[in-house]
Design a protein around this ligand. Structure first.
Ligand code: BTN
Length: 251
């Protein structure tokens, strides 16, 4: 993979053949702002909710360490939504239908299967943003909410060079991260909120929200400025859903 961007926005871009987890590596290293680590495969890829992320060769496994100077920490979670916007654009650039399930599951094709996942972990100084994109078919378990896995190939992508995909993803991330950071992390002012909404199929949907202590059904109504989803429950109450798994009840 030739990903040198000497005058680009990234401090360094390292590609390794194999590692346990690119997220775990960057968490340990705490490198300079905008350091990128890409692996051709991971032996212990980490997913959300302490699950694993199946990471055979042929997929894209990328982590970026951001030190978002000037952005208050309560706005850092926007980085995960931003990754979702970038992923939709990369998938669509290959000719594949792509939308988001809040907060950041990439759903591909008419079957709305899961083609990518985003996992962010926070350190005192910044955020490790990890992105796994299924390019070739993977044998993976169903994701929470019963989402079946898929890949760009299975959804009929017309162009699949891994280096090209990685370059596109890094460019897309920078396209949204730079203005977001310049706006002090204000997603509304930087336009990111709007861009995310346009790609998020959850809004307007009948959903089930699975929380740690139970679940409820309702209609996903809107997104707060901080990225929180607001769901109107059966009693007509608008309930903020800052975390938890949202299941689309119709597709
Ligand atoms: C999810 O469960 O949906 C999130 C999956 C995130 C996987 C990526 S692959 C690159 C980075 N390194 C990891 O160990 N996990 C993330």
């Amino acid at each position: 993979m030739d990903l040198e961007q000497p005058n680009g926005p990234y401090a360094a871009i390292t590609v390794v053949d194999s590692t346990t987890s690119t997220n775990a590596d960057l968490e340990r290293m705490r490198p300079p702002d905008r350091t990128v680590l890409i692996a051709r495969q991971q032996t212990a890829g980490e997913g959300r909710r302490a699950r694993s992320w199946t990471s055979p060769p042929g997929g894209l496994y990328v982590s970026i360490y951001y030190v978002p100077t000037g952005v208050p920490a309560h706005r850092w979670p926007w980085l995960t939504l931003l990754a979702g916007v970038a992923l939709v654009n990369v998938a669509r650039s290959t000719g594949v239908e792509a939308v988001l399930k809040w907060p950041n599951d990439l759903l591909l094709g008419p079957g709305r299967k899961k083609g990518a996942g985003v996992l962010a972990t926070t350190t005192e100084q910044g955020v490790v943003l990890g992105i796994g994109l299924n390019v070739q078919p993977v044998q993976a378990e169903l994701a929470p909410g019963g989402l079946a896995p898929t890949s760009l190939v299975e959804e009929g992508a017309d162009e699949l060079d891994l280096t090209e995909l990685a370059n596109r993803l890094l460019l897309e991330l920078d396209k949204w991260e730079a203005p977001w950071r310049a706006a002090g992390g204000d997603a509304v002012a930087s336009g990111l909120h709007e861009e995310y909404r346009e790609r998020c199929e959850t809004l307007g949907q009948e959903v089930r929200v699975d929380l740690i202590d139970g679940s409820f059904e309702g209609t996903a109504r809107y997104l707060e400025a901080d990225g929180t989803l607001v769901v109107r429950d059966a009693d007509g109450r608008d309930r903020p859903v800052p975390a938890g798994d949202v299941v689309h009840l119709r597709t």
